[in-house]
Design a protein around this ligand. Sequence first.
Ligand SMILES: *Cc1c(COP(=O)(O)O)cnc(C)c1O
Length: 229
Amino acid sequence: MTTIAERLKAVHSRIQAACQACGRAPESVSLLAVSKTFSGQMVQQALAAGQHAFGENYMQEAAQKIAELRHLGLQWHCIGPIQSNKTRLVAENFDWVHTVDRLKIAERLSAQRPAHLAPLQVCVQVNLDGGANKSGVAPAQALALAHQLAGLPRLKLRGLMCIPEPAPDFASARAVFEQARTLMQQGLAQGLDIDTLSMGMSDDLEAAIAAGSTLVRVGSAIFGTRATA
Ligand SMILES: *Cc1c(COP(=O)(O)O)cnc(C)c1O
C-alpha cells in the first residue's frame, strides 16, 4: 500500500519536474492538499509528512474537520461553491476562499469576518472556457470584480482561480490556463495587488505550472480516489 507520505512526495516531485521544465523555481508553486471527503485522521497523516495547507469543498464537512483539528494550527482554504446562507460558516472558519464569483458573496464574507481573525484571503474564480455547469465569473468581468473585492475591508484580494474542463492534451490544457495568466497580468497592469494564480489539479498540474500557476490544488494524487466524485 502506498502511504499518504509517499504520495505527497511523488506530488512534490511532479511539481519540481514541472517547474524545471519551464525554468521556474520550485518554491514559486505552493501545494494545497484537497482533503474533501477524507477524514481528519488522513489530514493528520499529511501534516506529519509536512503538509500544512488543506482545501475543502463542502462547508458543513469542513467546519467539523476544522473544529476537530483546530489545535494543530493548519491553514484552511475554501475551494467549493458558496451559497449565501453559508457565508458566515466560511468567514468564521477559513483562512482563504478561492471561489468568489459575485460581489454579494464577497460583501457578506467581509461583513461576517470576525474581528479577531486576519483578513480573509480571497481569489476571484474565473470561468475560462464557459463550462456550463461551472461557477465563476466570465473573463471579461473578472477584473472589475477583483477591483471591487480589493475595496472590501475584511478581505485581502490575492488573485485568480480557475477549474477548466479536462483538456484532451497538454498543449490545449496549457492554452486555457494561459488565459488566466494573461488576465492576471492585465490586473497587475491595472494596479491590482495580486500574487496568486490558483490552478492545476491531480490530472493537469504540469500544464497549469507551465502557464504560471502559483498554487496547485491536489486531492486524489495525495489521498487516493474519492468515494463520492
Ligand atoms: C476536488 C477539487 C480539487 C482536487 O481534485 P483532484 O483531481 O482530486 O486533484 C481541486 N480543486 C477543486 C476546486 C476541487 O473541487
